[in-house]
Ligand binder design. Sequence first.
Ligand code: PLP
Length: 281
Amino acid sequence: RIVYVNGRFVPYEEATISIMDRGFLFGDGIYEVSAVVNGRLVDNEAHLARLDRSLGEIGIRNPHDAAGWTRLEEDLVARNGLTEGLVYMEVTRGVHERDFPFPPAEVAPTVVMFTQAKTILASPLAERGAKVITVEDLRWKRRDIKSVALLAQVLAKQQAAAAGVAEAWMHEDGLVTEGGSSTAFIITEDGRIVTRPLSTALLPGITRRAVMRLAEENGLTVEERAFTVEEALSAAEAFYTSASAFVMPVTEIDGTRVGGGQPGPLTRRLRGLYLEMAGAG
Ligand code: PLP
């Protein structure tokens, strides 16, 4: 397994990062994840645009332009012979003696990339549908930034794992914000696809945006509004989206069956449309 660290492709076992790295000490860094299907990156330009925005929001210089990132990603995919899975990219504020304020401008950001093989297309979970639990959203107020400081999500997703379910949906003031690592959607009895509008309360999901566009192109109605946990429990269908799950049907929330406990027809259709877009053919 070959990984990328600060300008070099090296075997995973030889890759090292300083203990003074600010990503390690402060969670002072940004990450991004793109899917790979049939050896090709999925919607990668949008992921790189979000990476650039996240870095800009916290004042870390983006070490590569989109073309540079893409070359590195494609090189890494090729070196690992990856046909299906994920490319993970992380940029931290670099290595410096521990102190809270930013280090001097000449300190270079740390860049790490690796691939993970993962079956995304032929997913048994997507066939039978995922169960989720709801948990309180304990995160900070800038969730639009894809920060590596993920403790709240670690705790939320550990609760989900302990409950034997696939994902945790986080809520605040009774309203669902998003999944621990996904965007939450419900579908109403009259077929409207509902997801929370973008704000600093949630991450602008790249898969969310693609699914909304595909839905609208296919004559489906998308409604951007917040929804409550109660509304989700009685929705006709529910699903979540992410680069690593694409469109994942939800069949149970907090032990209550959604849509008769089967992946819903509109959700299946959206998954099909997304797979087609991703070049799954
Ligand atoms: N929301 C959160 C908190 C996430 O961590 C993720 C992905 O990891 C998403 C939403 C989904 O975003 P995307 O579709 O860009 O993968």
